[in-house]
Write a protein that binds this ligand. Structure first.
Ligand code: ZN
Length: 444
């Protein structure tokens, strides 16, 4: 044990020397992600309702990214990208129900190999190991599925309370047994994913009158407020057990939600900012100066940034941007950083051919540089261009002329990646899977 620990420290020292950072102790990492949490529905991101007092309080203690985006607005693809830093056409899980490539490198796997205890507790049906391949990235990977969704027959989800219980149980066991090892603990809450449940206990906090009719978007807000309270409870429970200075908290959503914008409810099929933009923050008291970063950030930046925080260098092929040196005063990525996105159909249908399911799933590719966003609806060849500075709601399509060579080349790259998917395992969805996917809105 001692020998392993000593060699780990030596390796970390080498990695730290290589990137010129001061030697920092390896922090515990608590990663909290919330499904379908639209950025502009958090109070700290400008929403007029008091939806997220606990998350706001957390983010105020660290750095909050005010212009962060996911790379595909769908659960399994986005979270596989978060872990591996790769875009969906490279990791292979471009739709729910399609497994990612085996033996990929992720920040979780690297931390595990460098002596971290790693565990994940996820509450969305689509994230089960057999459907995603995410399990190999953690020592403990647990999809907690103990509740029925509405009137469905299948127990397809857990509440945030269930997940907190399981995560803290794991943490207590870890601290009893291997207190000296740092941990990576990932908790993924499914609320406020549709169908939106009404949490009437949250109406008063939100200032919603009981007497008026509660609309779908109001129910969504009650889900946000409810999961915000559970997030606060998890954070408090963790900090009753470990010191704040020894623990980096990462907060993020996998994607947003359309909530009726552009005539669409849900997420996944379009690359409008309502679904791409996410809340994101890093909190490490005594190490990361609190503040707001307005430069463009991506969910795929987390892999490099978290390894950097652990004093480890990322593999060269890791994509994304390491924010830790920026938070120490280095230059941020430029405001005209090129960001590339893709949108696919929600879920595969039963036992489809994997390659065909990938290829026919591609719906959109998009590119943002500065305030300019260009989108191509692939099946129809329809092009959209928006000035996000003037028109953040993306209602005024400025497209004229031809597809830009840059977006054409991104389309080509994505299509080629989907064609090269032959080595990936076939999807295998049972009837229960199909019922759960339907309940989650992934099948029309
Ligand atoms: Zn999701």
């Amino acid at each position: 044990m001692l020998e392993r620990s000593a060699s780990r420290i030596a390796l970390c020292a080498l990695a730290v020397a290589a990137i010129g950072l001061p030697l920092a102790a390896e922090p515990n990492i608590l990663l909290v992600s919330i499904d379908t949490l639209r950025a502009d529905r958090l109070s700290s991101y400008g929403y007029e309702r008091n939806t997220t007092p606990h998350i706001d309080d957390l983010l105020a203690r660290g750095v909050r990214f005010s212009d962060a985006r996911t790379v595909e607005p769908l659960t399994a693809p986005a979270l596989a990208s978060m872990l591996t830093s790769l875009p969906p056409h490279e990791h292979g899980a471009s739709r729910n129900g399609l497994r990612m490539r085996a033996k990929l490198v992720s920040f979780a796997k690297i931390l595990g190999r460098r002596g971290y205890s790693t565990a994940a507790f996820v509450g969305n049906w689509t994230l089960q190991d057999r459907l995603t391949g995410l399990g190999e990235h953690f020592e403990t990977y647990s999809s907690v599925l103990n509740r029925k969704r509405w009137l469905g027959m299948v127990k397809s989800e857990a509440t945030a309370e269930d997940l907190n219980e399981r995560a803290i149980e794991w943490l207590d066991e870890h601290l009893e047994g291997e207190r000296r090892k740092p941990f990576l603990l990932w908790v993924h809450y499914v609320e406020p994913h549709g169908p939106y449940e009404l949490h009437s206990s949250m109406l008063e906090q939100l200032g919603i009158d009981f007497a008026t009719e509660v609309e779908a978007a109001d129910r969504y807000d009650t889900e946000v407020a409810w999961v915000d309270a559970r997030t606060g409870e998890l954070i408090d429970s963790v900090f009753e057990r470990v010191a704040r200075q020894e623990t980096l908290v990462v907060f993020v959503a996998d994607h947003g939600e359309s909530l009726g914008d552009h005539g669409y409810w849900g997420h996944g099929r379009h690359s409008y900012d309502a679904s791409l933009r996410i809340p994101m923050g890093l909190v490490w008291e005594g190490r990361i100066e609190p503040g707001v970063r307005a430069e463009p950030a991506l969910i795929t930046d987390l892999a490099r940034t978290l390894l950097s925080a652990a004093g480890l260098e990322s593999p060269e092929f890791f994509q994304g941007f390491d924010w830790l040196p920026v938070l120490d005063g280095d230059d941020a990525p430029p405001a005209d950083r090129t960001m590339l996105f893709q949108a696919h159909k929600g879920t595969v249908l039963g036992k489809e051919d994997a390659t065909k399911a990938r290829q026919k799933g591609l719906l959109e590719v998009a590119r943002i540089v500065g305030q300019r966003k260009e989108v191509l609806r692939v099946p129809k060849g329809r092009r959209q261009v928006y000035d996000l500075g003037e028109d953040p709601a993306e209602t005024d399509n400025l497209a004229s002329g031809e597809l830009s060579p840059e977006l054409a080349s991104w389309l080509e790259e994505v299509v080629r990646g989907l064609e090269l998917a032959d080595d990936l395992p076939p999807p295998s969805l049972s009837d229960a899977d199909m019922e759960a996917m339907r309940a989650l809105g992934y099948i029309d």
